[in-house]
Every structure is written in structure tokens, then in C-alpha cells.
Write a protein that binds this ligand. Structure first.
Ligand SMILES: *Cc1c(COP(=O)(O)O)cnc(C)c1O
Length: 368
């Protein structure tokens, strides 16, 4: 079986180094908000080309706490609108509702799966305060155009970079384009911890200071609480794991790109629409997503050929039971994508023979 993603193989590559880093944390006797966190925050800020990185418990909190911090700073008010791509993973939308803001779902571009500047412009109202671009499947959104719109309408940009560590537009990495950016280090993400983790990157020192306190009960100084904060911290042990894995991120991205190129060159079945690659460095291939009008049959065929696939995602946020107030919306592009997308195995540890097996299995598919 060609697995979709083997976390065991992936982390197994660094087993000795991870164990050594674990031992260091254990022996330090300090497990929260210590030197491992500081070290990783500094390393990841440098990697993204920004001044500040604030580690938090997960990617959802990274987005939610940033929006809450902007409210504290007086930049946002209850009920303000946030433009979000309708085909995103639901966490992007949950962060908006959880912060007391209103998500405005916008149809994506069908080729890039990302926000389309024209559609964003059309969705701007009197209450719009934030654009939340999601670098979906690892492909950076069109940040230069979105930034121009944000400047024209005086809007904030919060990047959802949970799937796109290291992706770049015009040579500048995601995480450094928006006023702030949320990252996830969920184990299956391109930079994954051995448990939950997340971070915010920003060049805004005032925002960084509020976030530093917000994640820690709203406190800068022990037992002095300036905000109604939460407990959302990136553990020392996870920061230490991430510090090891950050060193190998670019190498893993390079292998993801090789696999994506091999798929795009090798798969020639007219029943599959292959993903577009974009500009150089734009895509870090968190997922390689094909579209087909016979998804169930393709998925069954691939499984029969020993190839495991997944669907990202089967139900769009506006059709979820959790969002009954959005269920009436008609978003035909988003709804079609959710019926047609299928993610092929994408794992930097896949060997060439497995990649060829996936290609052959795709090419031997014929819908009945
Ligand atoms: C994974 C993900 C998140 C949430 O990250 P968690 O760490 O799982 O909370 C947010 N947005 C997108 C696009 C994601 O893929």
C-alpha cells in the first residue's frame, strides 16, 4: 500500500535527534515558556523573514488570538466582517466566529483554489475590516494583489499559513505578507510537531506584545493580568521537536516539489484535472489535489491499486451543521470543488517507485 502520509516514516528520519532534544528538555526541569520556546520562536521568525514569532497551542488559537488582540488594540469591533475563502478548512472560519466577528465567505479561483482579488473586492462592505487569505494546499495566495486591495480600503490582512510553511510570493515567504499570520504545527502539516502546536508571525511589535500576554492568561508578569487571556502555549517539548524539524523543512519541501512535478508530468488521464503549479516557490505542496467528476470511482480504483487517498474537504464550512445560519448560501464553485477534489499521496519520504505506482494507478483509471 502506498500510504497517504506516514508520520512514522517522516519523524523516524530524525529519531535520534528528536530523542536527544527530548532528553534535553526532560533534564532541564523547565517545561513551559522556557529557552526551547524562545529558540524556536527566534528560528521560525527568521525563517519567515519577520521580527516576531509567538508560539501558541495550535493553529486555530493562532488565528483566534490575533483577531482578539486586534480587538484589544482597538482595530476591530464586535460584528466587523472578515473575508474568508469559502473552500477553506473550517478552522479559518471558526477563528472568525470565536472572536465575535462575522465571516464573509468568498468563492475561490477554480484553478489556484485560492482567493481571487476580483471576488475579494466585490465582497467588501462598510463593515469589512480584515481579509483572511488561506494559502490552501500549500500554494501561496496572490498576496501582492490582496495587499494592494487592503491598502486601498484600509483593511488588515491575517494570513492563514497553516498549510504553507515556506511558500513564497515574489521571493517573500508567507507569514511576512500580512499584518499577521497564523501557522499550525499539527503533526500532518508541512512543519509538524509531535502533538499540537501553532504560532503567529508578525512585524508589529505592539501586536506581538499583546499576543505574548494573551496566550498566558493575559499576563506579562506573574499574577498581574492585563487582559482576559487564555492558556494557549507551545510546550517546551514541542518547541524542541520543531526546532529539530525546522532544519529539514526546505529539504522536505524540495522533495514534495519533486513528487508534485513527477505527478504532473506522469499523469496523463484526461478524466483527471491536475493542480496548477503557479510561480516558482509559490507552492510547497502540502497536498497534491486533483479534480474529477467521478471521485468515488477514482478513489475506489486507486485503493484497489494499493494507493491511499483522502478528500480535503468533503463538506464546505457553509454546509456544516455548526453553521446553520450559512446553510442557505449558494456557492457553486466551492460546492463543486468539494464534490470533485481528491488528494493523492504526498509525503517527503515517498520513494520513486511508490510515486510511479501512484502515476500508473491514476493512468489506468476509466470511469464506467
Ligand atoms: C490545520 C489548519 C488550521 C488549524 O490548525 P490546528 O493546529 O489544527 O488548530 C487552520 N487553518 C488551516 C487552513 C488548516 O489547514
Amino acid at each position: 500500500m502506498v500510504e497517504f502520509l506516514s508520520l512514522k516514516n517522516l519523524n523516524g528520519q530524525y529519531r535520534d535527534e528528536l530523542l536527544q532534544a527530548c532528553a534535553q528538555v526532560i533534564d532541564s526541569g523547565w517545561y513551559i515558556n522556557g529557552t526551547a520556546l524562545k529558540g524556536f520562536e527566534q528560528g521560525f521568525a527568521e525563517y519567515c523573514g519577520v521580527k516576531h514569532c509567538i508560539g501558541v497551542a495550535n493553529g486555530l488559537d493562532a488565528l483566534t488570538l490575533t483577531l482578539k488582540a486586534w480587538k484589544i488594540l482597538g482595530l476591530l469591533q464586535e460584528g466587523d466582517e472578515v473575508i474568508v475563502p469559502a473552500n477553506t478548512y473550517i478552522a479559518s472560519v471558526l477563528a472568525v466566529s470565536e472572536s465575535g466577528l462575522t465571516p464573509v465567505l468568498v468563492e475561490p479561483d477554480e484553478v489556484s483554489f485560492n482567493l481571487e482579488p476580483g471576488a475579494v473586492r466585490a465582497a467588501i462592505s462598510e463593515r469589512t475590516r480584515v481579509i483572511l487569505p488561506v494559502h490552501l494546499y500549500g500554494r501561496a495566495a496572490p498576496m501582492a494583489a490582496l495587499k494592494a486591495i487592503a491598502e486601498e480600503f484600509d483593511l488588515l490582512i491575517l494570513e492563514d499559513s497553516a498549510q504553507a510553511h515556506g511558500a513564497a510570493v515574489d521571493g517573500k515567504r508567507v507569514g511576512g505578507w500580512g499584518h499577521a499570520s497564523g501557522f499550525s504545527f499539527y503533526p500532518g502539516k508541512n512543519l509538524g510537531a509531535l502533538g499540537d502546536g501553532g504560532a503567529i508571525t508578525t512585524n508589529d511589535s505592539a501586536l506581538a506584545e499583546v499576543l505574548n500576554a494573551l496566550r498566558n492568561y493575559g499576563s506579562h508578569e506573574k499574577y498581574k493580568n492585563v487582559y482576559v487571556g487564555v492558556n494557549s502555549r507551545l510546550d517546551e517539548i514541542q518547541a524542541a521537536m520543531l526546532d529539530v524539524k525546522l532544519k529539514y523543512l526546505d529539504q522536505e519541501v524540495a522533495r514534495r516539489r519533486q513528487i508534485a512535478s513527477a505527478y504532473s508530468t506522469g499523469i496523463s488521464n484526461p478524466h483527471l484535472v491536475l493542480p496548477s503549479h503557479g510561480e516558482a516557490d509559490q507552492h510547497v505542496w502540502h497536498l497534491y489535489v486533483v479534480c474529477t467528476s467521478s471521485r468515488a470511482a477514482l478513489q475506489a480504483h486507486l485503493l484497489e491499486q494499493g494507493v491511499q487517498t483522502l478528500v480535503h474537504y468533503p463538506i464546505p464550512p457553509h454546509k456544516q451543521q455548526a453553521y446553520q445560519q450559512l446553510n442557505h448560501l449558494s456557492l457553486p464553485v466551492t460546492e463543486r470543488l468539494h464534490e470533485q477534489v481528491l488528494s493523492l499521496p504526498m509525503d517527503p519520504t515517498l520513494d520513486d517507485a511508490s510515486v510511479q505506482r501512484v502515476i500508473a494507478a491514476c493512468n489506468s483509471f476509466a470511469p464506467v
